[in-house]
Design a binder for this molecule. Sequence first.
Ligand SMILES: O=C(O)CCC(=O)N[C@@H](C(=O)O)c1ccccc1
Length: 367
Amino acid sequence: MKLTGVELRRVSMPLKSPFRTSFGTQTAREMLVLRAVTDEAEGWAECVALVDPVYSPEYLEGSVDVLRRFLIPALAGRDDLTGAAVAPALARFHGHAMAKAALETAILDAELVSLGIALSRELGATRSRVACGVSVGIMDSIDALLAAVDDYVAQGYRRIKLKIEPGWDVEPVRAVRERIGDLDLQVDANTAYTLATADRLVKLDAFDLLLIEQPLPEDDLLGHVELAKRVRTPICLDESITNARTAAAAITLGACQIVNIKPGRVGGYLESRRIHDLCVAHGIPVWCGGMLETGLGRAANVALAALPGFVLPGDTSASDRYYETDITEPFVLADGYLSVPTGPGIGVRPEPDLLDAVTVSTEWIPV
Ligand SMILES: O=C(O)CCC(=O)N[C@@H](C(=O)O)c1ccccc1
């Protein structure tokens, strides 16, 4: 394949309700949608970087800049372009995993569409549907939290994830555990604790949680090793796992017992598969994290979550968890599962009028 150019589209999707985490509250999801045009097919992807660098160092405008000035030009002039060739061609540029992941995914989607191969098959999926969890933000009150949890349980979600932070941890977890019985329950701290404040997390051992996700800063692997000795609940890492190498280091050190694989955070679906394979080899369960993706990213995440090592429900919720209207055919929960797309590539396409309705700006970058 030969790349003709890439369209960058800033998109703003209103959230059905504010989503509060330990690093802030979102009322809309602004992200970048990529359309790669090649001589054989078009490929679509989304870049999951937030507007502000509060989840990781990446941010939307930084991704636009690095794609425009460095990443897209690096793919120019090649008539043998494939999805697998993208990461090596971009390796000389440090960081920017989310921007690289979006570009790789758009090229991979174009390649697979031209070959008529579904992403799930390319990645090695073994399931036709995936069990879904749901992420519940920090709320103004325990009552509001329980009302939200009741609604998600009624919808059939197979796992509840609660965002926590110091001051909103033991009490909400206790209330939810009492409300949902033995339904799978886990928490996500998004790096909000330190070893000094982590003693509160020992109290969470009483609630039979699946895992505690990213309690300490992303670069504090040794802190997580120490914490894992103090808490019985398995530690899962998210922000700390930036590629297969850091996953291997975290596992070898004993910094985590479970891994959240987020394709945008690790540089794409091919690196995600490498991390999956590494974790399976070490007997480490994995699940697919989420970044409030539209149906474009959601489709690809569901394909990844269908690989055999994804043994825990992921943050692959239905489209209507966050959005009144998705930009693709919505993903609808059925008995707590989402079906894996079967079409070529990521298996979905944006509906043009729905995409235009949420488009803030569009920029064409020829190569
Ligand atoms: O369901 C989803 O897509 C969101 C899952 C979720 O909680 N993502 C968290 C996270 O830290 O894992 C997040 C939220 C907002 C922005 C970035 C990350």
